[in-house]
Design a protein around this ligand. Structure first.
Ligand code: PLP
Length: 455
């Protein structure tokens, strides 16, 4: 089929996510048809190559079309592709679960499987609530969530979401939550300075707990980075202080590592930058290196044991599952991903790259529209503002992100913006040379759209 036919059919038959479909009538907004990927590059049907600076929606870890990962799937497919996960089990899931719990130092010990980030969150919320019920505290039915948070697009996950554009419309459908402030250091809700901050914004969590801890099952957070909310970053001590509050008021800490997990922050999970352990973690995006949909909700013996009993009336059973629970093809590739990370000594491997990114980010510091530069491990973000002094943001209609995106494509990089943020979440295998190349492209794209008069 030729390109025009493909695009016509794409438009005719497909309803795309997060997209005003009418905008695709504009020829400039047509999706790019990708033919293949190699390493950090993806290539379209016309032979144009782009640096994948978004890791294919934050999922890719080891680059595209990795030979060993390809082989892991192929090998598993030749054995068996799917196994009903009731009454049956299989080697990939057992091997992966064991390896993961070892990597978690046996602090989080039980792995529950589903198949995307949103469902991993649904599992966590149901698990947390049922735990409270089983502990004799059925009135604990509400959750605390943060402003600017994103936990997925299913209704439970939307209930704990805090981004108006995505979530407000669905208010009549969602369950009751309490919203606390966002730890948005650049635009601190408490007007604190980064240097002297003591996580004062946590007082909004404590206020809620003082009012009604008896009704609260748990709090859900995105650790260190509120990603979809605009790559909002905050320090690990927030997690430590939150842990103290959770213990004081007897609520669970749910840590949504869907975007941050599997070394995106430089450690296996972001919470490891703090000295504390959550009660439940959710993970998905990097788990299969971007190959297959898979997610996990991992919890402690304490929570697991509350459900563990003789099967009298089904009351203590956790009623949740999906057709593709613990999908063998996905687990085969997830296991191989972990194996490769170990062989690479991934934490050490990432350090020079993280340092290179932070050096390159400095290039942007003097640009008149660069309000804030943020980095957590392999995640970098630049918040653009209309006015550096007042921090006045650009408006949606200004379309700054979209324009930079278009320039980026012309220059050979995918710079998909997040609100007014340029961000970089590349595959881990990017070389230091390629980081420099990418950041030069980003700088050029930025200057095309917002020329820096100061220079
Ligand atoms: C992407 C994301 C989700 C949702 O994951 P899906 O696989 O898209 O359903 C949940 N939580 C966080 C923090 C995410 O970034």
């Amino acid at each position: 089929m030729n390109k025009k036919q493909l695009l016509d059919d794409d438009f005719k038959y497909i309803w795309r996510p997060f997209t005003q479909m009418k905008s695709l009538e504009n020829p400039n907004n047509k999706p790019i048809i990708i033919k293949r990927g190699r390493g950090i590059y993806i290539e379209d049907v016309d032979g144009n190559k782009y640096i994948d600076a978004v890791s294919s929606w934050w999922v890719n870890t080891l680059g595209h079309s990795n030979k060993r990962l390809n082989k892991a799937i192929y090998k598993q497919a030749k054995k068996i592709e799917h196994v009903i996960f009731a009454g049956f089990t299989h080697e990939p899931v057992i091997k992966f679960s064991k390896k993961l719990v070892e990597l978690l130092n046996n602090k989080l010990t039980k792995v529950f499987y589903s198949d995307n980030g949103s469902t991993a969150v649904e599992v966590a919320l149901k698990m947390a609530y049922q735990y409270q019920v089983l502990k004799g505290r059925p009135q604990k039915h509400k959750f605390i969530a943060l402003k600017n948070s994103y936990h997925g697009d299913t209704i439970g996950a939307v209930s704990v979401g805090g981004i108006d554009m995505y979530h407000k419309l669905y208010k009549p459908l969602i369950f009751d939550i309490r919203q606390a402030q966002s730890p948005y250091c650049y635009r601190c809700p408490m007007n604190c300075e980064k240097e002297t901050c003591n996580c004062e914004c946590l007082s909004s969590v404590e206020e809620i707990l003082k009012e009604e801890a008896d009704n609260i099952a748990g709090i859900i957070i995105e650790p260190l980075v509120q990603a979809a909310g605009g790559m909002i970053m905050y320090p690990p001590k927030y997690i430590e202080k939150l842990r103290v509050l959770c213990d004081k008021y007897n609520i669970l800490m749910i840590d949504d590592e869907v975007a941050m997990g599997f070394y995106r922050t430089g450690k296996l999970f972001a919470y490891e930058h703090s000295g504390v352990v959550p009660d439940i973690i959710c993970a998905a995006k990097g788990i299969t290196a971007g190959y297959m949909p898979l997610s996990i909700t991992v919890t402690t013996d304490e929570i697991y044991n509350a459900f563990y009993d003789d099967d009298v009336d089904g009351y203590k059973t956790f009623y949740h599952g999906h057709s593709y629970t613990a999908y063998p093809l996905a687990l085969a590739v997830a296991y191989e991903n972990l194996k490769i990370f170990k062989e690479m000594n991934i934490e050490e491997y990432l350090k020079p790259k993280i340092a290179k990114f932070s050096k390159e980010l400095e290039k942007f510091r003097n640009h008149k529209n660069v309000g804030d530069i943020r980095q957590t491990g392999m995640i970098c973000a630049i918040e653009l503002v209309k006015d550096k002094k007042t921090k006045e943001p650009f408006k949606y209609e200004d379309g700054i992100g979209k324009k930079i995106y278009a320039e980026g494509l012309k220059l050979g990089a995918i710079l998909r913006p997040m609100w007014n943020c340029m961000y970089f979440i590349t595959p881990y295998i990017i070389t230091e040379e390629e980081i420099e190349k990418l950041m030069n492209i980003a700088y050029e794209a930025l200057n095309k759209v917002l020329p820096n008069e100061e220079t």
